[in-house]
Ligand binder design. Structure first.
Ligand code: NDP
Ligand code: 8X3
Length: 252
């Protein structure tokens, strides 16, 4: 059996690009997300190239569904070498005192609690086997808040602290822990953030060449394939004309 990568939120954007990168680089895959049809489409694509693929369709906010999905894996498939905690989203861009509490709950439940659920399910096996790698998709948004980013930025600041905490807690093992912090990546992210307002979503990437999911997948794979004694603890990946969460040079 080849190495196994489990990728949450593999149906789109960064997660889909990571799935493609790891499949083409010799990993077998467990791909997850809520959109079962897209998971099946990716499975067919990767299997045609000789990759073994399992699909697990569940909502990462539902810890019971996540546990059931992971428990359905055979002992062989439970030996996950790389966990990419990628499933996540931003909802809304509003002043904190005007934001929608339902959006806040969804972001907190997905970006923080969903990531913790998957960590709790997969990392004990890594610790027991004394091998494995957790790659959490944080964000430049977790380094410093930007205008109207409040709760989303808060969830990614939490990802930073939770990733650092895990790295401390597995320091006596050979398990590695990475926080990948992208800046602007053109995916479905802004369509989701603006609840399907595609024009507003497009404006996020106006006047700047944004990163692609593939750019982030390349860095994730680099971290996973570094020599065993090398732990890529944290990487901030920005488009060339982005300097921080709030400093973006646009050519208009
Ligand atoms: P996309 O919207 O393209 O992809 C998001 C993925 O997350 C989808 O596969 C979606 O799958 C999955 N997802 C969302 N909610 C849930 C849920 N409740 N349960 C299971 N899966 C879920 O966005 P990106 O690829 O850009 O985002 C991926 C990660 O990267 C997120 O954590 C995001 O915060 C982070 N990020 C994005 C940046 C960007 O500029 N795009 C920059 C920095 C970080 P499905 O709908 O099938 O459930
Ligand atoms: C996504 C990047 O800057 O839109 O985390 O928050 S940003």
């Amino acid at each position: 059996m080849k190495k196994i990568a489990l990728i949450t939120g593999a149906t789109s954007g960064i997660g889909e690009a990571c799935a493609r990168k790891f499949a083409h680089s010799g990993y077998d895959l467990i791909i997850t997300g809520r959109t079962a049809s897209k998971l099946e489409q990716l499975k067919a694509e990767f299997e045609a190239d000789g990759t073994k693929v399992l699909t697990l369709a569940f909502d990462v906010r539902n810890s019971e569904a996540a546990e059931k999905a992971v428990n359905s894996l055979t002992e062989e498939w439970k030996k996950v070498d790389v966990l990419i905690n990628n499933a996540g989203l931003a909802l809304g861009l509003d002043k904190e005192y005007e934001g929608d509490p339902e959006d806040w709950n969804t972001m907190i439940d997905t970006n923080i609690k969903g990531l913790l659920t998957m960590t709790r399910l997969i990392v004990p096996g890594m610790v027991k086997r004394n091998e494995g790698h957790v790659i959490n998709i944080g964000s430049v948004a977790g380094d410093a808040a930007y205008a109207k980013g409040n709760v989303y930025c808060g969830t990614k600041a939490a990802v930073k602290a939770i990733t650092d905490g895990l790295r401390i807690d597995v320091a006596e093992t050979a398990v590695r822990v990475t926080n990948l912090k992208p800046g602007l990546v053109e995916t479905n992210f802004s369509n989701v953030r603006f609840h399907g307002d595609y024009e507003r979503a497009d404006s996020v990437y106006k006047g700047i060449k944004p990163l692609t999911g593939e750019d982030i997948a390349d860095v994730a794979y680099y971290a996973a394939s570094a020599p065993k004694h090398v732990q890529i603890a944290e990487v901030l990946i920005l488009a060339t004309h982005q300097a921080s969460g709030s400093v973006i040079h646009r050519e208009m």
